[in-house]
Design a protein around this ligand. Sequence first.
Ligand SMILES: NC(=O)c1ccc[n+]([C@@H]2O[C@H](COP(=O)([O-])OP(=O)(O)OC[C@H]3O[C@@H](n4cnc5c(N)ncnc54)[C@H](OP(=O)(O)O)[C@@H]3O)[C@@H](O)[C@H]2O)c1
Length: 284
Amino acid sequence: MSNKVAVVTGSSSGFGLLTVVELAKAGFFVVATMRQPERRTRLDQALAAANPELSSRVEVRQLDVTAFDSIPGIVADIVRDHGRIDVLVNNAGFAVGGFAEDVQLDELRLQMDTNFFGQVPVTKAVLPTMRAQRSGHVIIVSSILGLMSQPVVSSYCASKHALEGWAESLRIEMRSLGVKVVLVEPGAYATDIWTRNVVISRVATSGESPNSERNRRFVQGVKEQSSRHADPLEVARLITRIAQDPKPRLRYLAGRDAKMGHFLRALIPWNTWEGMIEKRMKVG
Ligand SMILES: NC(=O)c1ccc[n+]([C@@H]2O[C@H](COP(=O)([O-])OP(=O)(O)OC[C@H]3O[C@@H](n4cnc5c(N)ncnc54)[C@H](OP(=O)(O)O)[C@@H]3O)[C@@H](O)[C@H]2O)c1
């Protein structure tokens, strides 16, 4: 077992939960943070199912990425108790759905606060420790939608595009200090982001939206595609490999849909592309 310490945000489900298990299996001591520690049952069950010894390598702590003022203190406590942080996995996030015309400013703000502004104070709180160690991996769970946008998730795309731009700059700034900043860009994977954690804009669900019929068709299309979502363990294993790679790349696309979409987007002229997406997403 190594003495390396990893911190993961949003560990109560999906990629975060699975990444905690995979990092612990790889020998890390993992601080699994979640906004509601009472939701730790699924993580405890997954750890016990993987190996009953594993829970001794995992500790759950409360961290809400939108409670900005509390973050420096929480990270300071982790450093005080464990002496170092080798890996930060910025994973917490959710998706706001709804036509841009319908999404209210407070809904867009919550999306940006969680998916973008939330990652900033967590990263900034960890950087002094990594700088002093002259080593560390900051792994940011972005999305293929941080590179190319789709309709009806404009808020989500904006938040992930912001993360991409911020991370690219940070990567170069931290390069000479031994800190590696990495973006993971998954396509569609079967996690709670599509079910329990999806937030549909109030106007879209109120019946007042001028986009009601298009919205209905879009939701129907998403439902039809949901059986094709990939196994999230793939992403947890990718993150764990990156965490152990001394020379990680800036970007890692994850999933066939993300890789194919990215390839086609570079190949197909925009005017053709937008018509294809409009048809595929049933928003025309
Ligand atoms: N699944 C996909 O298809 C996909 C594709 C591309 C990128 N992603 C990205 O992957 C990341 C993880 O999502 P997932 O797919 O694993 O979905 P998920 O199962 O819904 O997990 C999201 C996690 O984020 C947590 N979270 C939400 N708001 C938070 C906050 N304010 N503070 C702390 N934690 C918070 C949730 O906590 P609660 O349990 O308390 O709700 C949950 O643990 C997200 O950044 C998402 O954008 C997902």
